[in-house]
Design a protein. Structure first.
Length: 147
């Protein structure tokens, strides 16, 4: 009787063992940051909406960003921010950072910018170097703000 059931039980056992592997593999991919919005404040500081992008396949806790900012090819300063935020896998979120430019910047209609620095995560413990370059354009009807 057992010998007749063996051809059915053996594949079932193999299938169940395969299901116990813990799910899809966790793959770590370098994260990046970019400026989603830049608003010049009355005191001359800039409020940056930083978009952090998690390209890994699982949730990560972002603990620090240290980056230099260049506008139109000229470095305007360095900033650090502690986002203290969890971002699920293959997703992004925005955190605010206040930045006081070290050099005077004259804005035209479009702003070409570049960010270069590191992103730190605490869960899991990782450090990613990143470089981002893009352009921002004025927000219609909102003075001193670019997206």
């Amino acid at each position: 009787m057992l010998l007749r059931r063996l051809p059915f039980l053996l594949p079932l056992g193999i299938l169940l063992a395969a299901c116990g592997s813990g799910g899809p593999p966790r793959k770590v991919h370098p994260s990046t940051a970019s400026i989603q919005q830049l608003a010049v404040q009355a005191d001359g500081s800039w409020k940056l909406g930083l978009r952090i992008q998690n390209y890994s396949t699982f949730s990560m806790h972002f603990s620090a960003i240290d980056a230099s900012l260049s506008v139109d090819g000229k470095e305007v300063g360095r900033f650090q921010v502690a986002p203290d935020i969890d971002i699920v896998g293959n997703s992004g979120d925005v955190v605010d950072a206040v930045f006081k430019p070290a050099n005077k910047v004259t804005f035209g209609t479009d702003i070409a910018y570049a960010l270069k620095g590191t992103i730190e995560t605490s869960e899991p413990k990782e450090s990613f170097k990143f470089e981002t370059a893009s352009r921002l354009t004025p927000v219609p009807g909102v003075p001193n703000t670019w997206r």
